[in-house]
Each structure stands twice: as structure tokens, then as C-alpha cells.
Design a protein around this ligand. Structure first.
Ligand code: ZN
Length: 305
């Protein structure tokens, strides 16, 4: 969002909207035309296979994308529809695709956050009504037309976030957890900074993933240095927030004003939630205290522990 100089983000990406782009043998990317400050050039749908397919993230409820998806699928049977997480820019077409292909929808169990606790400040609210045929478990393996796909639970961006690892070619479909163009939004209550950081460590410990194909933008071609840079970036941001609290900034608004000086006003809500996510992690670590009993609130008061 700002202070990006510590990570090299790749914002050169040609989405080739509506056109399936073969990114690896048997793996095509189809980018929806829902570009925006949260979605970059649009949501990526991936099609795995040649004669039979598995689809990852059907994408937003957009007629043009659905038509492009149907054209890309053609007469080939779809064996399964996998979801990285329940954000509408990834799930909007699930029901239509499920009806047109009769493929089962597989996703993590939904997160246990009461709908009323939702902030609604991101432009991709969670899809609570989503019909899922079977819940996926961490480390479960799925036989796909291009090889065995391993489920890698990566909560943080959302509680239900999954990545999918294709062992042979060393591809990790990283969803919105790790993307080349930007840091992900971690917005409480559905997002958790502590979980996000643990999921970064989890990916750092994996040896088989050579390239990440994310839910938005182009591939992450050097995952390990990128993950380490992301970790450093978040730690620096957290240290900066702790410094502000220790300097006397008692509210999220004050911290946002101090740390995100030249921020696009459209992203201010997301920045506030990101600061809140860090404050929540700092409260969990016992470094910051807050006036609310349960989870810290975006309009709450904060002081050093
Ligand atoms: Zn998302």
C-alpha cells in the first residue's frame, strides 16, 4: 500500500482479459475484467488439464468472464471446482459454473466469524451463502488431470484460505495469500495477521514450490526471497505501529495518518484494517493493550502494555 521500497513488487502484468493464457504445460490462466485497487488487473481463474479439467477460483459474477470461461472450457468435462477462499471476486461464478459443468465445489470449511462482526470495508465481502459440496482438509491430496494437488491451509487473508500445490512442476496456486504485485489485505475479523505470518513461515519451510501462481497478477518467480521480503515488510510495519503507540497515538486513525501519508483515499479503509490487524497481533503478543474486552475494534483505544 505504501513504503513498498523494501519489497520488489512486479506490477508489469498483461491480463489478456478473456483469453486463456498457458502459463505452464496444462495450466491456463484466464483473468476477469474486474480490475481495481484491491483486485489489480482482475481475478485469475486457473484451468488445470488438457482433456479433462479442474478449475481453481471461477472468479467474479461477470457475464463476460463466464462466457470466456465457457469458451475456454469448451466441451471438456470439469472434474472439480476448487476455491482458495470465499471472497466474491473469486466465488461469484461458482453457482453458475457448478450448474453448467455439474462439477463438485471443494473449499475449506467457512470461517467461524459472525456476519454482524464483519467490517465490510474491503470491496470483496465474504460469500456466506456459497454452496460447497465437500470441505477440504489441510494436507489432503487431490488427483487432478495434471497430477496430484496438495491442499495447503494458509489462513491470514481469510480464515478459510487455501493454497494448492502441484508437486511435479513445483507450482503453488497461492490465491490471495502471496501475490507478486502487492501485499495482501489482512483485515480483521476475517483476516488475522498472526495467522498470516504463520502461513508465511509455513510456505518458507516448503521445499517443492518453485513458482507461485496467485489469484491476482503474474507469477511469483522467486518465492523464497519474496516471502522473506514480505516477512520483513510486515515486521517493519508492526515495529512502526508499536512505535506510534509508544509515542502516544491511541487510535487507528492517528496511526494511519502518521504511517500512510500519501495513501490513495480509496485505500484508507483497508489501511485502517491493516493497522488494526497489526494491533490485534501486538495485543496477542502482550505488547499493546486495548479498551475492548474481546477483539480490538477499529474505533478502539490503544496503549503500550
Ligand atoms: Zn480475497
Amino acid at each position: 500500500m505504501s513504503e513498498r521500497d523494501d519489497i520488489r513488487f512486479d506490477t508489469e502484468f498483461d491480463p489478456r482479459w478473456g483469453e486463456p493464457v498457458e502459463v505452464r504445460a496444462g495450466v491456463a490462466r484466464l483473468t476477469a475484467r474486474n480490475a481495481g485497487p484491491m483486485t489489480f488487473k482482475g481475478t485469475n481463474t486457473y484451468l488445470l488439464g488438457e482433456t479433462r479439467l479442474v478449475v481453481i477460483d471461477p472468479g467474479p459474477a461477470d457475464d463476460g468472464h463466464f462466457e470466456a470461461l465457457q469458451r475456454a472450457i469448451g466441451a471438456r468435462p470439469v472434474e472439480a471446482i476448487l476455491l482458495t477462499h470465499r471472497h466474491r471476486d473469486h466465488t461469484g461464478l461458482v453457482d453458475r459454473l457448478r450448474r453448467s459443468t455439474r462439477a463438485p465445489v471443494l473449499a475449506a470449511p467457512p470461517r467461524a466469524v459472525a456476519p454482524t462482526a464483519r467490517s465490510g470495508a474491503t470491496d470483496a465481502p465474504p460469500d456466506d451463502e456459497l454452496l460447497v459440496d465437500r470441505y477440504l482438509a489441510d494436507a489432503e491430496t487431490l488427483a487432478t488431470p495434471v497430477g496430484t494437488l496438495e491442499v495447503v491451509a494458509t489462513p491470514g487473508h481469510t480464515v478459510d484460505h487455501l493454497a494448492f500445490a502441484l508437486a511435479g512442476p513445483g507450482i503453488l496456486f497461492s490465491g490471495d495469500h502471496v501475490m507478486a504485485w502487492s501485499t495482501t489485505v489482512v483485515a480483521p475479523p476475517e483476516g488475522s495477521m498472526a495467522a498470516f505470518m504463520a502461513s508465511i513461515e509455513r510456505l518458507l519451510a516448503r521445499e517443492t514450490d518453485r513458482i507461485y501462481l496467485p489469484g491476482h497478477g503474474g507469477p511469483v518467480t522467486r518465492p523464497k526471497p519474496f516471502l522473506r521480503a514480505l516477512r520483513t515488510h510486515r515486521r517493519m510495519r508492526e515495529a512502526g505501529i508499536l512505535e506510534r503507540v509508544r509515542a502516544g497515538d491511541g487510535s487507528v486513525a492517528e496511526i494511519v495518518a502518521a504511517l500512510y501519508r500519501s495513501l490513495d483515499p480509496q485505500l484508507r479503509g483497508a489501511a485502517a484494517l491493516s493497522v488494526l490487524a497489526h494491533l490485534e497481533a501486538l495485543c496477542q503478543a502482550g505488547l499493546v493493550r486495548t479498551d475492548s474486552e474481546g477483539a480490538p475494534r477499529v474505533d478502539g483505544l490503544f496503549w503500550p502494555a
